[in-house]
Design a protein around this ligand. Structure first.
Ligand code: CAA
Length: 240
């Protein structure tokens, strides 16, 4: 049987590309989504990938969602924590809700989802976790104290969990995408985005499929020695 993978936020944007590429590689994919039913149904019809609706910022909903996927497809061996939101704004104007929502959705979700799958991964002595961070978690970004903090937290979470999983056959890695051509980036004011793209040495936004390639590399069965690392896929915008 092929391995079972959950991709959170797996019906749109970067997550959609990841779900599709994993399916093409032969994995059994469950694509989670949070809100847009119409888009999820269209995605499922087009790709044949089953979709599962739950809120990744809700601990209990993650537990129940993972249990349903397990019932339908089998124990989860691959988890891609991709779901994320932005609520951009400068700190002096940001309300507490915009802070909390981004922290809970982008970072809290990693705990909720990893907690829901870890016991089965430990029992199987196999697991692959990929957490989608961000260039803005590495370098910071004007107008994103909430998002930068959450994504930066993902990078720390990844390294700690990688240490715990190492002896159990569980690898945990992060990908830090730069600016990728998705709805999220399209929401950046055009005059701001223009300045950002001017700083990308490759000279363009990335494609979602260019992140999906990285995920496929990290989750492969022969990737057992790659853990605790961050793969930066950003067109050369941030090198460190
Ligand atoms: N660095 C320095 N100054 C900046 C700046 C920057 N990056 N961006 C804006 N400013 C300055 C502007 O020049 C302006 O200054 P002046 O008034 O002197 O001209 C001032 O800040 C106010 O700018 P705005 O008019 O844009 O202010 P606003 O309050 O309307 O909006 C903002 C502020 C919401 C932060 C807006 O600038 C914005 O949306 N920025 C984009 C933030 C961003 O890059 N988000 C990434 C989203 S995609 C993503 O997150 C995916 C990923 O992982 C990469």
């Amino acid at each position: 049987m092929s391995r079972v993978a959950i991709v959170t936020g797996g019906t749109r944007g970067i997550g959609e590309a990841i779900s599709i590429m994993l399916k093409e590689k032969g994995y059994q994919v469950a694509a989670n989504y949070g809100g847009n039913d119409e888009r999820a149904q269209e995605f499922s019809k087009r790709t044949g990938i089953p979709v599962y609706k739950w809120d990744v910022s809700d601990y209990k909903a993650c537990e129940e969602g993972v249990a349903k996927v397990k019932e339908d497809l089998g124990p989860v061996e691959i988890l891609v924590n991709n779901a994320g939101i932005t609520r951009d704004g400068t700190l002096h104007r940001m309300d507490q809700e915009s802070w909390q929502k981004v922290i809970d959705t982008d970072l809290g979700s990693c705990f909720n989802m990893c907690r829901a799958v870890i016991e089965d991964m430990r029992a199987a002595k196999f697991g692959r976790v990929v957490n989608i961070g961000s260039i803005n978690g590495q370098a910071g970004q004007y107008g994103q104290v909430n998002y930068a903090a959450a994504k930066s937290g993902i990078h720390g979470f990844t390294k700690a969990m990688a240490q715990e999983g190492a002896a159990q056959g569980i690898t945990v890695n992060a990908i830090a995408p730069g600016y990728i051509d998705t709805d999220m980036v399209a929401a950046v004011p055009p005059q701001v985005l223009e300045k950002i793209v001017a700083k990308i040495p490759v000279g363009r936004l990335g494609k979602a499929s260019e992140i999906a390639r990285g995920v496929c590399f990290l989750v492969a069965d022969d990737g057992g020695f790659i853990t605790g690392s961050t793969l930066s896929i950003n067109g050369g915008q941030h090198m460190y």
